[in-house]
Design a binder for this molecule. Structure first.
Ligand SMILES: [Zn+2]
Ligand SMILES: [Zn+2]
Length: 133
């Protein structure tokens, strides 16, 4: 039996430098940027956590309570785009880019920049309610 891990599996376990958040980049902007490639569970959400906010250890459970069971659900359900920020054309940007650049946050937290609002209505840190299917 071949016991070696495939190179693909190693890539999933060890993020490459270009798979890390930019300096000051917030969680939803990072996930949104990386999701141009693929959605594989909470891969990019947890990559951000490990790189920028390692103390947010309960992120998987908390995000699941907010409807974020995978990365694309995180930026659809846990964070929402601030509409006016995303609809305004940026004067100095001539390329046809679908997303504005992150407005930057401090390291160590999972707060979004002003491009996003975090979902309200579910209290963080409470025992989770009945899970909807
Ligand atoms: Zn997804
Ligand atoms: Zn951002």
């Amino acid at each position: 039996m071949d016991q070696y891990m495939s190179p693909q599996l190693e890539n999933q376990l060890l993020p490459l430098p270009e798979q890390l958040p930019l300096d000051g980049e917030c969680l939803p902007c990072f996930v949104h940027r990386m999701l141009n490639r693929e959605c594989v569970g909470l891969k990019w959400t947890t990559a951000y956590r490990d790189a920028r906010a390692p103390r947010a250890t309960a992120i998987e459970r908390k995000f699941a309570e907010l409807g974020g069971h995978c990365d694309c659900e995180v930026i659809a359900n846990v964070y929402r785009r601030t509409p006016e920020k995303w609809m305004l054309p940026t004067p100095h940007e001539v390329r046809a880019t679908p997303s504005p650049a992150c407005l930057r946050v401090r390291k160590g937290c999972i707060r979004p920049c002003a491009l996003w609002v975090k979902r309200e209505g579910v209290q963080w840190g409470r025992p989770h309610a009945k899970r909807a299917d």
